[in-house]
Design a binder for this molecule. Structure first.
Ligand code: HEM
Length: 427
């Protein structure tokens, strides 16, 4: 086999399939051979160039003109016509939204809509996030065992996102139900039958989001980022058109929900399976922020992202033609020994852990990164104080949604002896 540039495809590259077990279980390990032998390779099964080293992944993120993000949310497995019909029947009209927009539109909008995401504006949310976290914990703290994903980690990021947007609580329940169809829809390889179910869920998600937005537009006086955006739409309809609000209402929930739920799940699993690190943060919670960065490095929730070359170019010495699609694998970059000392070691004291590429890099770097960090910090903070003796349930099987970008176990069982809860012992 040869690549589109006429180069022979190596046996490893020919065999690479991100839906096979090795990449699904551990994408960094699955690409170790590439980092060492062929850092950028064409994958015939995927139809993408796969980029595996830190400097190359960062360079692609950095140049969003030569490497356009326009395909970031393209369906990896195209929908059959029947699925398109279902989406149409729901009036589905998703346009590009920030993460997959080109310049100059992207930066103009990002600047107008950024304010609420800045750390100084996020501080005011921390107290209610903590209340929410404590409230969820109260429900199971005396039980002695829980699936943290089902009972908490899947719930909190959605609730936080909805409150951040300003969506009224009574409307929130509706949106919760459909938001998870998106991962498989965008980055999965669903069967034709699954495609139809997904199209139905995505269509209903879209309709719920529109109904809620209509109510917000009718009375645009509330507080929250969606209301900010509605006001920006009134002031600058050319930069923030109504179609943009409509797409954003759904896209922002997708951006905020599973990414943070999976990142939190991965962080707890990693810390609890490195007991000395867990004990260290229990003794000294000031270590939590750096522990979070190390968790995002070794067990990030977004493991790969996509770009398309707008001209003939080269990445890591490999020729890429105009129109070439790139899968840039952050999980692999995050374990590249050219950048990291002892990359496989999990080390919450690592001085440069925050250089991980899990939030992307450059002009499109995750706008919500400080919201996600704050949620994870508050959650960990409450757990190290209230359940420091918690342990992973041994021999549990971990499952993942089969897809190329979003990674996190779908359940995480932990157990503890409620009689040992610190708050019980020292009321
Ligand atoms: C963009 C990851 C949480 C909103 C991105 C990108 C990544 C990412 C990889 C693309 C970056 C690039 O192209 O350089 C994550 C991870 C999260 C997380 C790992 C959790 C741990 C959130 C949250 C929100 C959010 C909580 C909102 C409340 C956005 C937005 C963009 C974005 C609006 C588009 C920015 C732009 O293109 O200018 N995120 N994200 N994300 N994320 Fe996140």
């Amino acid at each position: 086999a040869v690549s589109p540039t006429g180069c022979p495809v190596s046996p490893e590259a020919a065999a690479f399939d991100p839906f096979d077990a090795p990449y699904q279980l551990d994408p960094a390990e699955a690409l170790r051979w590439a980092r060492e032998q062929q850092p950028v390779f064409y994958s015939p099964r995927l139809g993408y160039w796969v980029v595996s080293r830190y400097e190359d992944v960062k360079a692609v993120f950095r140049d969003n003109l030569l490497f356009s993000p326009s395909i970031a949310l393209e369906k990896l497995t195209p929908a059959p016509p029947e699925a398109m019909k279902i989406l149409e029947s729901h009036g589905y009209a998703m346009r590009r939204t920030m993460v997959n927009e080109d310049e100059p539109d992207h930066m103009e909008r990002r600047r107008l809509l950024m304010e609420a995401f800045l750390p100084e504006h996020l501080e005011k949310h921390e107290a209610w996030v903590r209340e929410l976290v404590r409230d969820y914990m109260d429900r199971f703290i005396d039980k002695g065992h829980v699936d943290l994903v089902a009972e908490m980690f899947r719930e909190i990021p959605m609730t936080v996102a909805l409150r951040f947007l300003g969506v009224p609580e009574e409307d929130a329940q509706e949106l919760r139900r459909f938001s998870v169809a998106h991962t498989l829809n965008t980055w999965g390889r669903p069967s034709p039958a699954q495609q139809l179910q997904i199209a139905e869920d995505v269509g209903r998600f879209w309709q719920s989001a529109q109904a809620i937005l209509d109510r917000m537009l009718a009375e645009p006086t509330g507080e929250g980022w969606m209301y900010d955006s509605i006001r920006m739409h009134a002031e600058h309809p050319d930069i923030v058109p109504e179609s943009y609000l409509r797409s954003m209402m759904m896209a922002i929930l997708v951006a905020a929900h599973e990414t943070t739920a999976f990142a939190t799940t991965n962080a707890f699993r990693t810390l609890l399976s490195h007991r000395e690190s867990w004990n260290d943060i229990c003794e000294n919670p000031a270590l939590i922020p750096s522990a979070i960065e190390e968790c995002l490095r070794v067990a990030g929730s977004v493991v790969a992202w996509r770009r398309i070359a707008t001209d003939d170019t080269e990445v890591g010495g490999e020729k890429i033609p105009k129109g070439g699609r790139l899968l840039i694998v952050q999980a692999s970059a995050n374990q590249d020994r050219r950048h990291w000392e002892n990359p496989e070691a999990f080390d919450i004291y690592r001085h440069n852990a925050a250089e991980h590429l899990t939030f992307g890099y450059g002009a499109h770097q995750c706008m919500g990164k400080n919201i996600a960090r704050m949620e994870m910090r508050v959650i960990l903070d409450e757990f190290v104080r209230r359940l420091p003796h918690m342990q992973l349930v041994e021999d549990q099987a971990f499952e993942y949604l089969p897809n190329i970008s979003f990674r996190g176990a779908t359940s995480l069982w932990v157990e503890w002896d409620p009689a040992q809860n610190p708050e019980r012992r020292t009321p």
